[in-house]
Write a protein that binds this ligand. Structure first.
Ligand code: SAM
Length: 282
C-alpha cells in the first residue's frame, strides 16, 4: 500500500466517516436546505469518499466534479461509486447515480491542483475537500482562497490533520514522535512546503480576511482494535516518516511502534471547517 492508493483510501474511509464533525456537516447542509439542486466540486477527490459522505445531506439533484491528479484513484472512484449507488449508468463522460432519493451526475477531471487551484467548473455552488489541505502550502492556500472568494463560493474542508498523535494509554515518546512526524509532514508534497498541522488555521485566517464566516470543529480519528488494518498501516507510515527525519534513533521508533500496536487506541487529530462568503463582499 503506497501514498494515496485506492487500497489506503478504502482502509481509511470508515474511520473518516466516524470522525467527521456532525455540527460542521450540519452547517453545510443547512446552507443549502430547501434547494432542489446543487453543483459540487471536490478537490483531491481520491475514490469519491466525500461524495459518499455528503450526498445524503445535500439537495436531491446533485452534480459532482471529482478533481484529482491520480488516474488510478479516479478510475477506482467510478467502481466505488457504482457499487455504492442503487443504480448507475455510465455515459461517455459522466456517471449518473441513483442513491436513495438522490440523483447524482458525476464527472471526473484529472488535474494537478498544485499548478492551478481554480479548477471548479462554471456553475459550481460548493467546493469540498477531505484530507487535502494539510498537503498544500500556505502560499497555495492563499491563491486558492483568492480564487474561491472571487467566485463567492462556500467551502467544506474536512479531516485536515492538526498535528496531534497520542496513544491511549499515553506513551512517553508520543510528543517526540508527533513532533518528528509534523516535521516530515511539512516537507513538500507537491504544493511547496506543506502547511501540515497548521493548514486549518492558515485556511481559517485567509477565509476570514476575505470576508467569510468560518466555523471549525474537531474530527479526530480514534483507531481502536476494530480498525486494526488502518491502525497497523498508519503506525507503519508514521514510523517510516519519523525514521526519514533522522530525529529519533531506530530503537526509540521501534519501542513506540510496539506500544502503538499494543495500545487500546491511537488518537489522530483532524479538523473540519465550513466557510460561507460574507454578505457584504463585492
Ligand atoms: C489523503 S487523499 C484524500 C482523498 C479523498 N479526498 C478522501 O477523503 O478519501 C489526498 C488526495 O489528493 C490527491 N492529490 C494530491 N496532490 C494532488 C494534486 N497536486 N493535484 C490533484 N490531486 C492531488 C491524491 O491523489 C489523493 O487522492
Amino acid at each position: 500500500m503506497t501514498g494515496f492508493s485506492p487500497e489506503w483510501l478504502a482502509l481509511r474511509e470508515p474511520a473518516d466517516g466516524a470522525a467527521r464533525n456532525g455540527q460542521i456537516l450540519a452547517a453545510c447542509a443547512q446552507a443549502f436546505a430547501g434547494r432542489d439542486e446543487l453543483s459540487v466540486c471536490d478537490l483531491g477527490a481520491g475514490t469519491g469518499a466525500s461524495l459518499r459522505a455528503f450526498a445524503d445531506r445535500l439537495p436531491p439533484r446533485q452534480r459532482w466534479t471529482l478533481v484529482d491528479h491520480d488516474q488510478a484513484n479516479l478510475a477506482a472512484a467510478g467502481q466505488r461509486l457504482t457499487a455504492w449507488a442503487e443504480r448507475a449508468e455510465a455515459g461517455e463522460k459522466e456517471l449518473v447515480l441513483s442513491h436513495g432519493e438522490r440523483r447524482i451526475v458525476v464527472e471526473r477531471a484529472r488535474r494537478d491542483l498544485a499548478i492551478e487551484p481554480h479548477c471548479w467548473p462554471a456553475g459550481t455552488n460548493l467546493v469540498t475537500a477531505s484530507a487535502l489541505f494539510d498537503l498544500t502550502s500556505g502560499g497555495w492556500i492563499g491563491r486558492f482562497v483568492a480564487a474561491l472568494a472571487a467566485d463567492r463560493l462556500p467551502l467544506l474542508a474536512t479531516l485536515t490533520f492538526d498535528g496531534e498523535i497520542v496513544l491511549d494509554p499515553p506513551h512517553r515518546l508520543d510528543a517526540t514522535i508527533a513532533g518528528a512526524f509534523r516535521a516530515h509532514q511539512e516537507g513538500d508534497k507537491g504544493f511547496g512546503p506543506a502547511a501540515g498541522g497548521h493548514a486549518t488555521d492558515i485556511l481559517a485566517v485567509r477565509l476570514r480576511n476575505a470576508g467569510y464566516a468560518v466555523t471549525v470543529g474537531d474530527s479526530p480519528w480514534r483507531l481502536d482494535p476494530p480498525m486494526e488494518g488502518l491502525r497497523a498501516a498508519f503506525l507503519d507510515g508514521v514510523a517510516a516518516a519519523v525514521a526519514e527525519t533522522g530525529l529519533l534513533d531506530s530503537g526509540a521508533i521501534a519501542a513506540w511502534l510496539a506500544a502503538g500496536l499494543a495500545a487500546q487506541a491511537i488518537m489522530i487529530g483532524h479538523r473540519d471547517l465550513f466557510a460561507m462568503p460574507g454578505q457584504s463582499e463585492r
